[in-house]
Design a protein around this ligand. Structure first.
Ligand SMILES: NC(=O)c1ccc[n+]([C@@H]2O[C@H](COP(=O)([O-])OP(=O)(O)OC[C@H]3O[C@@H](n4cnc5c(N)ncnc54)[C@H](OP(=O)(O)O)[C@@H]3O)[C@@H](O)[C@H]2O)c1
Length: 329
């Protein structure tokens, strides 16, 4: 679904750059700021417009780095950032957005997204306050992340013109196909796919669950005994790696890297506006850009669907990558 909204100064590119890992830290490990800045410039030079960040990524560090990278380049980028569950209304909302604007060194956020809903969020209040903020001119467009059918239905009744729902979506995480994709279509909202490579798993660099670093092995693919896990299940490690093998075999048959095939598969899915990949080096940006050129035929798409169908069924319709008690409603 192509979105060129009159509120945005540029069209949203089919591939977008995510900057979570640029914050490094416990979840992602050390990251050099100069590498991050060159990575952002490489993405802009290649025609990527949308760059995604959040106050929650490294406690503002990702936004700060993005702000520094965009000095002199602001008009080439659409800045997408977020507001956290505790800051969705009133003075907290204003304070969160003012702090983001300062870190990003700009006077306007292009796409402001609800990052997560809290257990006690009154969604109607958040919608009203965010729409007032948009009317004030500090935010050009509004979107959400991690919204399920019920929240999307509320948004349809009470909100106006919200652009996108940013959700986890990749060949190892197809939960949105159960209900959320259709609900986005009903709302006329585009899908922004996050973690398209399942945080590196779909590059094939990890040969087994034991190789996946702490921070990435906390998703529901993995056993809950991993240090940072927030769920209580046994995980689906064997099936996850068997699925990666099946996908790799299909990619090998096409003579294409698995990374490209995994990203291209997303670009062929209904409702997808843009695929937000994380990259920490110019080489990763350049490699991932190849996906936008790759056309997959119907037989290949069907084979990839089939290869990942068992894992899709095992993981079920809870679209929350991390928590068993879904925060997505
Ligand atoms: N709204 C939300 O709740 C939410 C949640 C999660 C993510 N997001 C957004 O989505 C973005 C992307 O998601 P993500 O970073 O979680 O996952 P991802 O894009 O699936 O994976 C990113 C990681 O994959 C590896 N990688 C990327 N391209 C590669 C290549 N060509 N070759 C080899 N390895 C490659 C890198 O690992 P190394 O770091 O090891 O190099 C990179 O850090 C985030 O930055 C963030 O903006 C949003």
């Amino acid at each position: 679904m192509v979105i060129s909204d009159s509120s945005l100064p540029l069209p949203i590119s089919k591939l977008a750059l995510g900057t979570w890992a640029m914050a490094g830290g416990q979840l992602w490990g050390p990251q050099d700021e100069t590498d991050s800045i060159v990575t952002i410039h490489t993405a802009l030079d290649a025609g990527i417009t949308l760059i995604d960040s959040a106050p929650g990524y490294g406690n503002g560090l990702s936004e700060e780095i993005l702000g520094r990278a965009l000095v002199g380049h602001r008009n080439r980028a659409l800045i997408a950032t977020k507001v956290g569950a505790r800051d969705l209304t009133g003075e907290q909302l204003i304070a969160s957005v003012e702090a983001s604007l300062r870190r990003l060194q700009t006077d306007r956020i292009d796409l402001l997204q609800i990052h997560w809903l809290g257990a006690d969020t009154v969604l109607e209040d958040a919608i009203a306050d965010l729409e007032s903020l948009r009317a004030s001119g500090k935010v050009r467009a509004l979107g959400v992340c991690n919204f399920g059918p019920s929240s999307l239905a509320t948004l349809r009744k009470t909100g106006t013109g919200w652009l996108t729902n940013q959700v986890a979506y990749n060949l190892l995480w197809r939960a949105i196909e159960f209900e959320i994709s259709a609900a986005c279509a009903r709302n006329n909202m585009g899908i922004l796919c996050y973690s398209p490579l399942q945080q590196g798993l779909l590059t094939g660099r990890f040969k087994s669950a034991a190789e996946v670093p702490t921070g990435r092995n906390r998703t529901r693919h993995f056993n809950c005994e991993n240090a940072l896990a927030q769920h209580n299940g046994p995980g689906h490690e064997e099936l996850t790696f068997a699925t990666i093998d099946r996908i790799r075999a299909i990619a090998d048959g096409l003579g294409q890297p698995m990374t490209d095939v995994a990203m291209a598969w997303l670009l062929h899915q209904p409702g997808v506006t843009s695929v937000i990949f994380g990259a920490r080096s110019p080489a990763q940006v350049t490699a991932n850009l190849r996906a936008s050129e790759l056309k997959l035929d119907r037989a290949t798409l069907a084979a990839l669907d089939q290869a990942s169908a068992d894992l899709k069924k095992a993981l079920g319709s809870n679209a929350d990558l991390w928590a068993a008690e879904s925060r997505i409603r």
